[in-house]
Ligand binder design. Sequence first.
Ligand code: PEP
Ligand code: MN
Length: 336
Amino acid sequence: MVIVLKSNIAQNSVKDLIENIRAKDLDVNVSEGHNHTIIGLIGDTSKILPEDLQSIDIVDSVKRISEPYKKANRKMHPEDSIINVAGKMVGEGMFHVIAGPCSVESEEQIIEVARDVQKSGATMLRGGAFKPRTSPYAFQGLHGEGIRLLLEAKKATGLPIVTEIMNASHLDLFDEVDVIQVGARNMQNFELLKELGHCSKPILLKRGLANTIEEWLMSAEYIMAGGNSNVILCERGIRTFETVTRNTLDISAVPVLKEKTHLPIIIDPSHATGKSALVAPLAKTAVAAGADGLMIEVHNNPAAALCDGAQSLNPKQFDELMADIKRRVEFEGKTM
Ligand code: PEP
Ligand code: MN
């Protein structure tokens, strides 16, 4: 971290600042120019907030040189991480498709969809039991019963299950869940992230509606700092001025994250677009961009879905897409 001081300031306040920095177990490198003095901080600056330094009256500007996330940082861990999900490896060289309805609605629905997506080549089953809905009057999910039904679908197909947690007090219900999803709305629920850091289950961490890549990686860091390094990132579109699509898929997040972190990254084209017709082109783009997988909403009867029907593929559409995705994954030299 580098601090640029204002010009014409009292030398004793510079001395005070340097002493304060040294008291935080950091060393300094002071460089005096004609107009400005620059202080370079040497050591672990992850606990120092640039905003705090910026508020000191003799400070002109502060610039971070190294990223504040350590465990999620590729610089600290150059090899790609491979996350073990019930014996299936997620990460470098492997490509996974997590498919299923937005919400678990009934036993027949989830088992039928699970069987269909498995036939088409999906490697994991998704389904929401706790639903973060904008309206309190909309379907909120079947809660514990939804998880029980997902486990029935897992028994019927062998597919590992992925489902969202909204409250750490529900963790007991997730004992047999294979991947715990943190949804976009909870990406910065730091108390929830800390709790998930204390379990060893893989966590699918979705990007917040309006969060930067650095904020997203800091949320991954929360989970990893607690001791759980099994984090998979999921880009699901961000809020922009565009209204034609539900969100705007930030496809550049894939190559950017490949540079910044060793964690696997998957793309959710369903929530990114909100429109079933746009799911296939963006899913194909995700493979080409180097994503490690996809999360796609599939419903046996999208028109009657209790949640997100407009963006859900029917099993036939999903099957056609998967035939295409398999060819592209092979072209990229990955295995499904
Ligand atoms: C979901 O996957 O069901 C979901 C609610 O997604 P997001 O958190 O990305 O909106
Ligand atoms: Mn949904």
